[in-house]
Design a protein around this ligand. Sequence first.
Ligand SMILES: [Zn+2]
Length: 323
Amino acid sequence: MSAVLGHDAVRQRFIEALGLGRLHHAWLLHGASGIGKRMLAHALAADYLCERNRDNVQAGVACGECHSCRMIAAGSHPDFLLLEREWNEKTKKLNRDVNIEQVRGMLGFLSLSGAESARRVALIGEAGRMNAQAANAMLKGLEEPSAGSLMLMVCEDALAMPATVRSRCLLQFLSPLNQDDMQSVLGGMQIPGDAIAFAAQLADGQPGRVAAMADPAVAAALLAWHDLLAEPSVFDIGRAQLWISKHVQKIPHDLIVETVFAAIRPVLLRNRGDMTGMDAVLDAVRQLAVWPQELVRRTLRPAPTLLAHMLALRLALREMPLA
Ligand SMILES: [Zn+2]
C-alpha cells in the first residue's frame, strides 16, 4: 500500500491505536477539499483489514501483498463497503443526499460477520451529504457498534455535521499539504514539470484542486492565461478575448478564476497601505469569485460574462495608486 503524502502523522496515530487494541469505532476525517482525505481513509481501511495486522500487536502500514490488500486494491474486498451518493437514472445526476436506506444497508453490512476475518469497514465518502434521516439512522450504529466494525467518515466541515453524530466520532482534522509534499504529489499526479510551481501556487496545499492540470493542454492554457495577466491593470484586451474564446469551454472555471486571483495578489500587496480604489477592486473580485456558480445557476454564456468581469476588474485596478 503506497504512502498517502501529507498525512503520515494521522496514519501513525490510527496504526498505534490499532496495535494497542484501542481503535475508536468511528473516525471522522475532516479538512479542506482536495487534500487527500478519501485517499487516506482508503489507506486506513487497508491497514485495518491487512492480514498482517489481524493480531494487532505488530500493527503497521498495510503490506500491499496479502490477499486482503490485493482485494482492497482491486475494489473487491467483501468486508469493505464504500458508501457514496447514488446515481439517479431519472435525473441523470447524483442524488443530492446520502439517504436513510443507504445508511441502513451499511449498518446491516457492519452487523454481519466478516467474510475474511471478524473485521468490516465502511467508508462514507461524503458524510456531509447525509440528510437528517440518514444521520439519525447513523446514531444507532455509532452508539452500539458491532464488534469488529469500523466506520471511516470523510467531510470538509465537521461543524456542519449534526452534533449528535459528531460527538460520537473521533474527530481527526487533516491539514493542507506543506510545500515539500505538494511538489511530490503534483509530480506524482503527472502535472507537467514547467507547470508544477504554478500549480502549487494555485492549489495552496490542496492538490485535488488542480487535478485537471495533469492534462498538458490545460496546464499550458493556464500558464498562458497567467502570462497574459502579468500586469493585470493593463492586460491586452484583444489577447484576453482571444484566450477566453479559445479556452473558456475546456478549462475548469475555478482554475481560470484562481489564476486571475494569483495575478492580482501582488498588486493588492503593493497597495496594502493605501485603500484608494480598494472597494471597486474587491467588488470586481467578488463578482469573479461567484462567476462559475452564476454560470450554472443562471445559464449564462461563459465567454462574454468572463470578459465583462475581466474588464471591470482591469478598470478597477487602474484606479489603485500602485497598480
Ligand atoms: Zn496486507
